[in-house]
Design a protein around this ligand. Structure first.
Ligand code: ZN
Length: 159
C-alpha cells in the first residue's frame, strides 16, 4: 500500500520508518509548488525504502477576491480587508486603509470574510501574523481544521 502524505506549508515532514521506527524530518519544499500529486521514494538511514504520494493540496493557496474585515486582538479596532489568497493553513489579505495601522509579526487576529457562494457563507478564523508589509498581511491560521461552521471554506478550497 502506498501512503499519501500532505506537504505542510513550511515544507518539512516528519515520518517514522516502519522498519527501524526512527523518525526523520524530510524537506519536501521542492514539492510545494508542484502542480500535481507526485510519487516520491523515501529512504531511511537503515536502508529501508518506500514510496509515498506527496500531495500539496493543504499547502496550495487558492487565489481569491473576497471582502472581509479583521481585528487585531491586542488593538481591538476593526478594519476592512480584501482577501488575496487562502489555504487550509493561512490567508493573505490587503488592508483597505493601513495608513494608521500598527501591527507586528506574531500578533493574533480574528479574521472574517464572506465567500462568494450562495447563500453567502461568513467564515471566521483566528490567525497569527507571519508578515506585514505595504498593507499586505500574511497570517497563519491557528486552527488548520474546519469547524462545522467553516465547512463552506473547505468546499471553497478543495473544489
Ligand atoms: Zn529505517
Amino acid at each position: 500500500m502506498i501512503e499519501t502524505v500532505t506537504v505542510p506549508e513550511h515544507g518539512e515532514l516528519e515520518l517514522k520508518c516502519p522498519n527501524c521506527n526512527l523518525s526523520k524530518i524530510f524537506s519536501i519544499k521542492k514539492y510545494i509548488r508542484h502542480p500535481k500529486t507526485v510519487r516520491a521514494r523515501i529512504r531511511c538511514k537503515c536502508g529501508f525504502t518506500r514510496s509515498a504520494l506527496i500531495e500539496r493540496r493543504e499547502a496550495n493557496r487558492k487565489r481569491a477576491s473576497l471582502i472581509g474585515c479583521f481585528v487585531n486582538n491586542d488593538i481591538g479596532k476593526k478594519l476592512g480587508i480584501r482577501v488575496i489568497n487562502l489555504s487550509a493553513n493561512g490567508i493573505r489579505f490587503k488592508i483597505n486603509d493601513a495608513s494608521k495601522y500598527k501591527s507586528k509579526v506574531g500578533d493574533e487576529l480574528t479574521i472574517e470574510f464572506k465567500l462568494n457562494d450562495l447563500p453567502t457563507s461568513l467564515i471566521q478564523k483566528k490567525g497569527i501574523i507571519r508578515s506585514f508589509r505595504d498593507s499586505i498581511v500574511s497570517a497563519e491560521f491557528i486552527e488548520k481544521t474546519f469547524s462545522p461552521k467553516n465547512i463552506p471554506l473547505k468546499i471553497f478550497l478543495f473544489s
